[in-house]
Write a protein that binds this ligand. Sequence first.
Ligand code: DGY
Length: 329
Amino acid sequence: MDKPSVYVTRMIPEATIEALRQRFDVDVNPEDRALTSEELKQKVKGRHAIVSLITDTIDGALLDAAGPQCKIVANYAVGYNNFDLVAATKRNVILTNTPGVLDDATATHTFALLLATARRIGEAERYVRAGLWKGWSPMAFVGLDVDHKVLGIAGLGRIGKNVARKAAGFSMKIIYSDVQRDPEFEAAFKATYVDKAALLRESDYLSLHLPLTPETKHYISASELKQMKKTAVLINASRGPVVDEKALVEALRANVIFGAGLDVFEAEPLLEPGLAALDNVVIVPHIASATAETRLKMGEIAARNVINVLSGLPPDTCVNPDVLKVTAG
Ligand code: DGY
């Protein structure tokens, strides 16, 4: 009997591909770019499983192009706003993500952005590289303290909590906002639960860890930026559209806040015009989970999910669990 067929939409660690190759016929997009949705539709035709990235839109049209034999789409990411959950569930397709293994890498990166923005690292490095440095200066690149400041966390999931753990090393005071309180977290971190208005008003550093949903789109826009301290720093390592990037560019240009550290953008890889010209923003290309160790672990989860589902077992990390009731029945 022919082996099941798996399509991997972009090169991921070889070990992941190898684990899949031991059991399945595996094709990998050889190009270092995301495929267009038309290209993707062609490539997934007849596949039993797809390993996708956040840059691939997995909707009803794509799943119909794949065909009814397709049992699982395993995202190589913890975020899954590229999935149409309803369309997949309707078609009995299991969707999975890679939670848990990238919390440390993402929280560390969040802190790297926070420190780089507070201490103006990007701007100072560009200055030295440009040959402009003439010697030590008491007034050059004066930034902000981090120790003992107030860290506001919007969205207290695994990554938000991990950021709080790292902030403890800087003796930061934690405030947080979420749809629900977490008394255990409050006790462990001496953290205070606040509403959005207080989060905006009181944070010296505001770090966003919200999933992208219709409710969180533009969670930070012009009116929110105006409520923040003039000395505040905004950090976004969640999803770009959580911040209204146009409003942020205007606010940074007018020094409404001190600065921003951004890993994610509204229309990646495009940046809002004017953003890259600003010195009070640190911008990096969506690399929060990009460590060799983390990317391997993400691959292990994605491969295990595909192997389980194609062997008739439930996946470890399903994001549309309703489908399991049907596929188990
Ligand atoms: C994710 O996992 O959701 C990141 O954005 C990419 O690693």
